[in-house]
Design a protein around this ligand. Structure first.
Ligand SMILES: Cc1cc2nc3c(=O)[nH]c(=O)nc-3n(C[C@H](O)[C@H](O)[C@H](O)COP(=O)(O)OP(=O)(O)OC[C@H]3O[C@@H](n4cnc5c(N)ncnc54)[C@H](O)[C@@H]3O)c2cc1C
Length: 365
């Protein structure tokens, strides 16, 4: 008889002054991402990658994390730890997981990658092809990765699994910069991924600088993949600026024949347009800023407001990625005016004027 696949498991007992309260807050948060069941002092959260079972005891929250593989378990531990430490920040509790995925081991969702090719797609968009091993997990379950970018002139040092489930980073001088990018193409057999970098203006900008200066042989880390998914529908709205163009291109390539997609993409000018292919019926409009700085126009928001939605009973899904101000305006339009449910839309701030990296998304409610 073939061996049954085993679940990977870990548990932690976390000292807290109000464990029931923290458990409730964790459950309320994860309702958006999975199935949550609460029964008195016990609860269970089921997400796409695994399960967390919790029991609020006197002065302590007992948590059991389970995943179908090492990465899934690591994601459960990481997401419980991050949110618990936020919700209980006043008492800064200690979390030490026992079981699979011990502290000090490599992060199972990390890969070291090497630049093998570069290509200028347009004047402000450059494609890097990265090669690495065992990339199967990056082909499904989310479009984006975190890029771990070694600092100039510093040998790369990567994070490992921390005792609390979060990555344990190398000391400050060696710590890589982290930026989020989309995997435009994943070829598991060849062991390659493509990432398209917007070469934008700004200070510092380790992401755009790496894209601009990269040469074959350069080393970079990736963790992931992550991000919400596009639900199956008959009709899609896909909208974004150039940073979302790689994601829109990849989503379009997956849409089936018979689907329809209305696509609105804001770019600097006509020199930044790219050829997009899909089996779905496409209505594409490119929106040119023509000299207006990125993040300073309302082109995308206006175009989304002007889209004609199906008037029959076809199912719809809206996907949007753009600068923070447009993100807020478009999300509120889709929710309040179009009355889309949470299952019918995914709107994400891809960057924010004047903010670095992931700080763009910290205050995005
Ligand atoms: C899920 C997700 C997927 C993404 N996928 C991609 C992708 O495939 N390709 C891609 O190029 N970007 C992508 N982005 C956006 C990218 O992560 C941000 O633009 C990021 O800030 C770039 O990092 P940086 O180091 O170049 O600049 P930072 O150090 O983060 O920022 C430096 C300065 O540049 C400004 N800035 C940042 N981005 C832009 C921009 N696009 N235009 C003008 N000014 C900017 C900032 O406001 C800041 O003032 C994605 C973001 C998310 C959340």
């Amino acid at each position: 008889m073939a061996d049954m696949p085993r679940n990977f498991e870990a548990s932690a007992e976390i000292m807290l002054s109000c464990p029931q309260d923290i458990m409730q807050r964790l459950c309320a948060h994860f309702v958006e991402f999975g199935a949550v069941a609460i029964d008195g002092a016990r609860s269970r959260i089921d997400t796409a990658f695994g399960t967390a079972s919790m029991e609020a005891c006197l002065g302590c929250l007992k948590v059991r994390a389970e995943g179908r593989d090492e990465s899934s378990l690591a994601y459960v531990k990481l997401s419980i730890a991050e949110h618990l430490l936020t919700f209980a920040s006043a008492e800064n509790p200690s979390i030490v997981w026992q079981g699979d995925g011990a502290a000090g081991q490599p992060l199972p969702y990390f890969r070291e990658m090497r630049v093998v090719r570069t290509e200028n797609l347009t004047p402000h968009m450059k494609r890097l092809t990265l090669a690495g091993e065992d990339l199967g997990r990056f082909a499904t379950g989310g479009l984006h990765v975190r890029l771990l970018l070694p600092r100039d002139g510093v040998a790369p040092a990567w994070p490992v699994t921390g005792a609390d489930g979060r990555p344990a980073w190398p000391e400050a001088g060696q710590r890589p910069d982290v930026r989020i990018y989309t995997l435009r193409r994943v070829d598991v057999e060849k062991g390659e991924v493509d990432i398209d970098f917007v070469l934008h203006e700004g200070e510092g900008m380790p992401g755009a600088r790496f894209g601009c200066n990269a040469r074959a042989g350069d080393i970079v880390g990736i963790t992931g993949p992550g991000g919400g998914s596009v639900a199956p529908a008959d009709w899609y709205l896909l909208a974004g600026d150039e940073t979302a163009l790689p994601a829109i291109g990849r989503i379009l390539e997956k849409l089936p024949e018979g689907a329809e997609a209305v696509v609105r993409i804001e770019v600097a000018d006509d020199g930044e347009e790219q050829r997009l292919t899909s089996r779905a019926g496409l209505d594409i409009q490119w929106l040119h800023r023509n000299g207006v700085a990125p993040g300073k126009s309302t082109l995308l928001e206006d175009a989304v407001r002007n889209v004609r939605w199906p008037e029959d009973d076809r199912s719809v899904f809206a996907w949007v990625g753009c600068e923070h101000k447009s993100f807020r305006a478009i999300r509120s339009y889709l929710r309040q005016d179009r009355k889309l449910t949470r299952q019918q839309h995914l709107v994400v701030a891809y960057w924010r004027c004047g903010f670095e990296g992931d700080t763009a998304r910290r205050e995005d409610s």
